[in-house]
Design a protein around this ligand. Structure first.
Ligand code: NAD
Ligand code: UDP
Length: 313
């Protein structure tokens, strides 16, 4: 495969930074575009001197003009804490930002892989979630800026495909964790690890019986790269996540055990519209890209704990 010129939006964030590194390792030229809202230079520090790496500090809601062969569209805050900080901006990022990316792709005849999310299923009534499920989303709640923004971004991808024959790939990512998450990210895995390492109380929202399925970053990156290589005709959205679900209480117990922490649990109120359960059906990913996660939660947590130990000094 000839080396390509690849744009990664959100490249300084958690997932984007791993993606930039992997693409450079494969010999591609990588342009990382980020406005540093939730991303950090520290995540891409090791790449800054790479001759094939370039950073553009820009917002995707502003017009873009670049020459590229492929685009990974990952720019968008993903933690409920951060996407609710400025909900109107979150919607603009998903909608105007995605329009800008799709226009850029059309101009370049570039292939686009768009990062959608399990949140498009909302508080799902079908379990586990298959791609055909249309979801159960509150259109006017505090999570809607993210959920509906991401649903609209999917619609835009498919309308550009129908109207302009654009080569699009849509992945629906389920809860993913690992190194390069920020200590103040606010999502559950990083919160629990940082609290345990600091000896602070572990904050359980609600009764902790709600469930999530956690995918380690290396497994996700493998799935993302496989998806980008699929044929143009193969354009249905695909779930990427680990199908083994745990309750939030089980996660807290694991983190306490693996860190050897003396932290105690503290129960706080459950955020509005917090989904009760979420777990991917990944049969489509298995059939289409021969992918399934390989890293067990305990092993992924050990890697992530080691990372946060270093960050916290
Ligand atoms: P993150 O917050 O670490 O990274 C997002 C990156 O996008 C950051 O670097 C941020 O500065 C940048 N960004 C945000 N708004 C921008 C804008 N308007 N213009 C330019 N850059 C902007 O989050 P992440 O976990 O790495 O998520 C990356 C993508 O994957 C997001 O689109 C998210 O919705 C999707 N996703 C992630 C998960 C997960 O579990 N991590 C799950 C589902 C979907
Ligand atoms: N959660 C929690 N304590 C925290 C952070 C999150 O109990 O410190 C819960 C949250 O209410 C949700 C689950 O953990 O039920 C996953 O939350 P996260 O923000 O990681 O992602 P979500 O799946 O909600 O998008």
């Amino acid at each position: 495969m000839a080396n390509k010129r690849i744009l990664v939006t959100g490249g300084a964030g958690f997932i984007g930074s791993h993606l930039c590194k992997k693409l450079l390792d494969k010999g591609h030229e990588v342009i990382c575009l980020d406005n540093y809202f939730t991303g950090f230079k520290a995540n891409i520090e090791g790449l800054l001197n790479h001759p094939l790496f370039r950073i553009i500090q820009q917002d995707i809601i502003d017009p873009l003009d670049l020459e590229v062969d492929q685009i990974y569209n990952f720019a968008c805050p993903a933690s409920p804490l951060h996407y609710q900080h400025d909900p109107i901006k979150t919607l603009k990022t998903s909608i105007q930002g995605t329009i800008n990316i799709l226009d850029l792709a059309q101009k370049n005849q570039a292939r686009v892989l768009h990062a959608s999310t399990s949140e498009i299923y909302g508080d799902p009534l079908v379990h586990p979630q298959k791609e055909e499920y249309w979801g159960n989303v509150n259109p006017i709640g505090v999570r809607s800026c993210y959920d509906e923004g991401k649903r609209c971004a999917e619609t835009l991808c498919y309308d550009y495909y129908r109207a302009h024959d654009l080569d699009i790939k849509v992945i629906r990512i389920f809860n993913t964790y690992g190194p390069n998450m920020h200590i103040d990210d606010g999502r559950v895995v990083s919160n629990f690890i940082v609290q345990a390492l600091r000896g602070e109380e572990i904050t359980i929202y609600g009764d902790g019986k709600q469930t999530r399925a956690f995918c380690y970053i290396d497994d996700l990156i493998d799935g993302i790269l496989r998806m980008m290589e699929t044929k143009k005709e193969s354009f249905a959205p695909v779930n990427l996540g680990n199908p083994e679900a745990f309750s939030i209480l089980e996660l807290a117990e694991k983190v306490i055990r693996l860190t050897g922490s003396a932290s105690k649990l503290i129960f706080k109120s459950l955020p509005e519209d917090d989904p009760r359960q979420r777990c991917p059906d990944i049969k489509l990913a298995e059939a289409k890209i021969n992918w399934k996660p390989r890293i067990r939660l305990d092993d992924g947590l050990q890697e992530t704990i080691a990372y946060f130990k270093k960050v916290l000094g």
